[in-house]
Ligand binder design. Structure first.
Ligand code: ADP
Ligand code: MG
Length: 617
């Protein structure tokens, strides 16, 4: 047999290597932004077209490159950042592998313009599939500009695997935000399809967080500061009331790199456990500084997991620091020792102390995209009227069984509604309390053969959901109550995008809301009947629910708006109700097309008949 082994050409080898480094447009963004930071830029602009599929451009005002370097930077293992293997233990830069540009050049059209301070004239290079097509001198500002076009043009399989524009853009935004949060000393901007999404001037860290996530963060952040031999901790934690149902703003950095670390995440969550509601996640921006020798520095470029040598100690310090920070602001739990003056002394750890190992359960099979609802529970019909026939049948059945058993008076009462309870009771000899609330959570309706228990929150959600869907489908705007003082609402760019997207639905529901500059809206009016108090908070809850549904249950936009509104405005578990309110809920529920199932698939009511009651004994 003749020899069959040959060395792959560089362009092919680079293309294969690129598969590891560049998975999607956001990977290119990360590499180019990090290079700009490493080049000591003080201002970095990111320009994106079509979620990075057509264009990713990064302009920086950093040190730039010489003619030769400009050519060399696209070679594999070409780096200015380390010279020997030992250097990686004292690394100060983000990159060091010299792989990124070679990879990008193998799978996209790349254009580079660069000039270093000492040169009067810059260099312009055009590459395609790792091959230099053109190199010429050019006039340009000091610094570097990379334009990456037609990503994966020669790897169709990759291109086909890209997700929707919205998903890819979200990844890009996330990379941008992560870097912007580590370098508040650098000015950043992000343009997408000619829209200016972020303009972040150089600022202090807190102001940077506010510029990224919106003005409301001004009130929400508690500073975190702890120095010890092993680790320095700084940053901010969100006050407990800023906790979210989605795992949203949770940022952990080590030595200026974004990392994911479930164990440390647990330390922070654990410290705040008693202060935030169940199923909520704390908000945090936590920065750890450790000796590079303390972490496994040989991090894969695309990986965000990092191994620490002294994980358990850092866990304890982190947890205590968060408690301390909460305590300093008088929000803390009893476990905080208020007499202990900041900073806490952790020196005993270095001298060989062994703190108790905290336990953490990580479910390796956890899939955030699989719904946690019981599989038998129906998902909201995209329109309550679509399955009209089916719903009608189901409802007729339950309604008949209810009607059969409800004293005539109760039905009459339900239809008239708004009758004060005492008056209604006068004419009712059989049953002197046809309906009442118990445990501030359930409504009990007496029927001949037993009683119906109604979950008030689920019932209220169903009633409101139906109402909002009808309202949106009627295509006529609901009545608006004008606010005496229009409210200015500020949102993060991501939330502002969502609001702009559903603004029309909001108007149909009776909000008078208009866009007022970037990420800011003016609310002139709200739906008739809605309470005016703290509209910003209400809108945030609404958005929170909307985003949650985007992740957990796939709903049409309208259903999601209706459901999120219903969830936000519904009567809650634990809420004491007036007799009229009880009446209204029962009446409206009985008029609904699906009184048995709430919009998120929970059971709303249960009939306990004589037999079932007897079986209890
Ligand atoms: P690494 O960042 O791991 O060194 P890259 O392939 O990302 O590898 O970049 C190769 C080299 O090109 C860098 O080491 C740096 O010298 C140079 N370079 C890349 N981007 C820039 C930039 N924006 N400004 C100046 N030099 C850059
Ligand atoms: Mg790099």
């Amino acid at each position: 047999m003749s020899d069959i082994i040959h060395i792959l050409p560089d362009s092919v080898a680079n293309q294969i290597a690129a598969g590891e480094v560049i998975q999607r447009p956001a990977s290119v963004v990360k590499e180019l932004l990090e290079n700009a930071v490493d080049a000591k830029a003080t201002s970095i602009d990111l320009i994106i077209k079509d979620s990075g599929k057509t264009l990713i451009k990064v302009n920086d005002n950093g040190i730039g490159m010489s003619d030769t370097d400009a050519r060399l930077c696209f070679e594999r293992h070409a780096t200015s950042k380390i010279a020997s293997a030992d250097d990686i233990f004292s690394l100060k830069t983000k990159g060091f592998r010299g792989e990124a540009l070679a990879s990008i050049a193998a799978i996209a059209h790349v254009e580079l313009k660069t000039r270093n301070e000492s040169a009067a004239i810059g260099t312009h290079i055009i590459l395609q599939g790792s091959q230099c097509q053109e190199q010429s001198p050019c006039q340009c500002e000091k610094g570097t500009s990379f334009a990456v076009k037609n990503l994966f043009y020669n790897v169709p399989a990759r291109r086909n695997f890209l997700k929707s524009d919205a998903v890819e853009y979200n990844h890009i935004r996330e990379e941008f935000v992560r870097l912007a949060l580590v370098h508040p000393e650098i000015a950043f901007s992000l343009h997408h399809n000619d829209k200016n999404e972020y303009k972040l001037p150089k600022s202090a860290l807190k102001q940077r967080i506010i510029n990224v996530f919106g003005n409301t963060y001004n009130e929400r952040l508690l500073p975190l500061n702890q120095e010890s031999e092993l680790v320095n901790i700084s940053g901010f934690i969100g006050k407990p009331e800023a906790a979210r149902k989605t795992r949203g703003e949770q940022y952990l950095f080590v030595n200026q790199r974004y990392i994911k670390h479930p164990y440390f995440n647990h330390a922070i969550g654990n410290a705040m456990e008693e202060l935030i509601p169940a199923n909520h996640f704390p908000t945090y921006f936590v920065y750890l500084e450790v000796d590079p020798a303390q972490i496994d520095i040989n991090i894969h470029p695309t990986k965000t997991e990092v191994k620490f040598k002294e994980e358990k100690f850092i866990y304890s310090i982190l947890r205590a620091s968060v408690k301390q920070s909460l305590g300093n602001f008088n929000l803390g739990s009893q476990q905080i020792d208020f007499d202990n003056v900041s900073p806490i002394d952790f020196s005993y750890i270095a001298s060989g102390g062994t703190p108790k190992e905290p336990k953490i359960f990580v479910d390796p099979n956890y899939n955030p995209f699989s719904s946690s609802k019981p599989t038998s529970a129906p998902i909201i019909p995209s329109s309550p009227f679509k399955n009209k026939k089916q719903n009608n049948e189901a409802w007729t059945k339950i309604y008949e069984s209810i009607k059969e058993n409800i004293p005539e008076e109760a039905i009459a009462h339900a239809q008239q509604s708004q009758l004060p309870l005492e008056e209604e009771n006068k004419g009712n000899d059989n049953n002197n309390l046809p309906m009442f609330q118990t445990l501030n959570t359930y409504i009990i309706v007496h029927v001949k053969s037993g009683f119906i228990i109604i979950n008030q929150e689920a019932a209220s959600e169903r009633i409101l959901y139906d109402k909002f869907m009808r309202q949106m489908e009627s295509k006529q705007a609901a009545d608006v109550q004008k606010l005496l003082f229009p409210e200015t609402l500020n949102f993060s760019p991501q939330d502002a995008d969502i609001i702009a997207n559903i603004q029309h639905d909001f108007i149909l529901l009776g909000f008078d809301i208009e866009i007022f500059g970037k990420n800011t809206f003016i609310l002139n009016g709200i739906p008739v009947g809605m309470k005016e108090t703290n509209v910003q908070h209400l809108m945030e809850q609404l958005l929170e629910s909307y985003k949650n549904n985007l992740i957990s249950i796939r709903l049409s936009r309208k259903s999601n708006v209706a459901y999120s509104m219903a969830k936000t405005l519904s009567v809650k578990k634990g809420q004491a109700l007036l007799a009229e309110e009880i009446n209204e809920i029962v009446k409206q529920l009985f008029m609904s097309e699906s009184p048995e199932i709430s919009p998120c698939g929970e059971k709303i009511c249960k009939i306990l008949n004589e037999k079932e009651i007897a079986n209890l004994f």
